[in-house]
Structure formats: C-alpha cells, structure tokens
Design a protein around this ligand. Structure first.
Ligand code: DAH
Length: 339
C-alpha cells in the first residue's frame, strides 16, 4: 500500500490542471468522496495495527498535498475578472520622488560655474585647529572671532569647529601644488543665536587662486562672470572696500538687485544693491605663513554664504527653514533639482 501511495503522490504532483474542467477531473480522481484517497482510507481500516500508524501518516500527507493543490487552483480560477475588481480609471497613488535640498541645488550651480572656469573642488575638516582657522590667516590674538562668544571651541582650546571655509585655503596652500585654482565648499559653525537671519551652522564656498601675476582685475573679472551666470546676464557688480585679516586689499561685493533690476524693492532694502560675498588679494603674510614666496606668487580669495545666496535666489525670508526638514518647504524645490 505504501508503494501505491508513493506512485499516487507522483501522479498528483504531475497532474496538469489548466482550466476548470481539468480541476473537476482532479477532484473526481483524488479528493472527492468517491476519489481514490477516500478508497484508500477505507482500505486502511483493514490493516493491522502495526502497519496502520505508518501508512496512515503517509496517506494523510497525500491527502494534504492533493487538497492543497485543489485549493490553489480553485482560488485561481474563482477570481472573476468580469466583476472588475480593479477600477482602471482610478488615479494611481503617486510615489513622490525626493528632491535635492535647496542648499545642494545652489551648491551644484556654483560648482558648475566654477568648474567651467577650470576651478578644482577641495574640502577640508570641520574640526579645525587654531593655526588653519585663525593664526595662518593673520587673525590677531585679540580678534573678536577668536572669542568664545563667536567660536565653538573643543575641550582642548587649540581645536574648534571651523568658523569659515577660509581654513581650507591654508591647507591647500601648505600643500604647495602651485598654481592653485580651487573652490572649497563646506559647513561652518558660529556661536550665534538662531534667528530668522542667522544660524549656528551654515555653508560657505571659498575660492582661491594662487599663481604668478594674479591681479585684482582677474578677481573682479572672475566674480563678474560668476554672478552673471548665477543671477542673470544683466547683473552688475560693485566692489566696496572692506577689511579681512587675510586679504589686502579687501572688498565686499554687491550685485544689482536681480529682483527689481536695481529700482529698489524689499529684498535690496530699496538700495538697488545686495551684498553677496567677501573677497580680496591674499595678504603676502598669509602666503609666507604657508611657505609661498610672495615675490613670485600672488593670489586672490573670496568667500560666500550658500544659505544667503539660496535665500536671495528663492526669496526665502527665514534661514531656519533650511535645517528643519519640513517636507512642505523642501518639496517646493522639486522642479529646481531637475536642472
Ligand atoms: N571668511 C570670511 C567669512 O567667513 C569670508 C571671506 C572674505 C573669505 C574674504 C575670503 C575672503 O576668502 O577673501 O566671513
């Protein structure tokens, strides 16, 4: 009887059910009251006790397998497509795609513009030492930026969270792979109160060119090209004399307000100009600090805040929106992240 059960198992496995008719045939052969399995259960009763347990087990297994196969095809053929369980006219569920963060969108634009001008991209550490962040850049020891109020110092006060990406300038110059033509994006930290206009961390892009005979005119030309690419071809720049410890001469750069075209609006506070970055010719002492001979080499540097540019470009009035990860804010940049 055991052999019979085994060959039936093969038969059941091999039985091809392709439609309702073959399913009925299957039931008639195997699982119905008049089917072979029921007959075998009758025969089981005749066996002696010693055999009953073992064969009974096999028979139950055979029955389970047959019923399982029957159930599978039963359900498969029962699905009645004519009742249209799916309404094909219904709107699908949109899978919302992520989008780039507005800061990344601006950064990509900036990187693209400068790469086209032959600038490399460099990065430096966010935890910096006093030398790279301050001393090499000519910050006097009593400079307010060195104050605890402005800088996050680590337990060992020789280390700090960099307050600007100008520290990466020093790292690049120290490597002395001249000439240098690079931009250095990154996050910076300042011990400032968080308000709509200021934050304790934000992002900057630093620019650095060191070569023979680099002039202030080169700097001006590069920045003019950059702002026209970023804000539009009609944008004009104005360099206002300023002070940074690491540049001499130093300037702050304003652009004609790209919203009102210089006529005056709330973004430019009715002046027609908006400030966008700081720049200057590298102070010869900074070159010396990095073991570069100022008699042979000169250079320019500039630094801009990515949040500030992003806020101007998109008329965002609160910097805190940038790090709150509010999806209602972020998804408005979906379109911009495609370009
Ligand atoms: N490091 C300055 C800041 O954080 C920005 C800056 C100004 C960078 C002038 C420069 C520069 O490279 O030449 O405010």
């Amino acid at each position: 009887m055991q052999d019979k059960i085994l060959s039936l198992l093969t038969e059941i496995n091999d039985f091809e059910i392709i439609n309702k008719e073959t399913l009925e045939q299957f039931k008639r052969n195997y699982t119905s009251k008049k089917g072979i399995i029921t007959t075998l259960f009758e025969e089981l009763k005749q066996l002696d006790k010693s055999e009953k347990a073992l064969i009974g087990k096999s028979l139950n297994e055979l029955k389970r397998r047959a019923e399982e196969k029957e159930r599978y095809y039963q359900e498969k053929f029962e699905t009645n497509y004519s009742r249209e369980p799916y309404d094909l006219t219904l709107k699908g569920i949109t899978q919302s795609e992520g989008s780039r963060h507005p800061i990344q969108i601006t950064l990509h634009k900036i990187i693209k513009i400068f790469s086209e001008m032959g600038f490399q991209i460099a990065e430096g550490p966010e935890i910096e030492d006093d030398w790279h962040n301050f001393t090499a850049l000519n910050f006097p020891h009593n400079h307010p930026a060195r104050d605890m109020q402005d800088t996050f110092f680590l337990e060992n006060p020789n280390y700090l969270l960099r307050t600007h990406t100008s520290s990466v300038q020093v790292r690049l110059m120290e490597k002395k792979e001249l000439p240098i033509r690079a931009i250095m994006p990154g996050r910076v930290y300042r011990n400032e109160e968080i308000t709509a206009r200021s934050h304790c961390f934000f992002h900057q892009v630093e620019g650095l060119v060191v070569d023979k005979k680099v002039s202030y005119a080169d700097l001006k030309q590069t920045l003019e090209w950059f702002v026209q690419k970023l804000f539009g071809r009609d944008t004009k720049i104005r360099l206002r004399s300023s002070y940074f410890p690491f540049t001499e001469i130093s300037a702050e750069v304003d652009i004609t307000c790209f919203i009102c075209g210089g006529n005056g609006c709330s973004v430019c506070k009715h002046s027609g100009w908006v400030e966008i970055l700081g720049c200057g010719m590298i102070d010869p002492q900074v070159l010396i600090n990095c073991n570069i001979d100022p008699e042979q080499y000169s250079g320019y540097a500039f630094g801009l805040g990515i949040e500030r540019i992003t806020m101007l470009l998109h008329k965002i009035t609160d910097i805190r929106l940038m790090d709150q990860n509010d999806i209602r804010f972020l998804k408005q940049f979906h379109y911009f992240s495609l370009s």
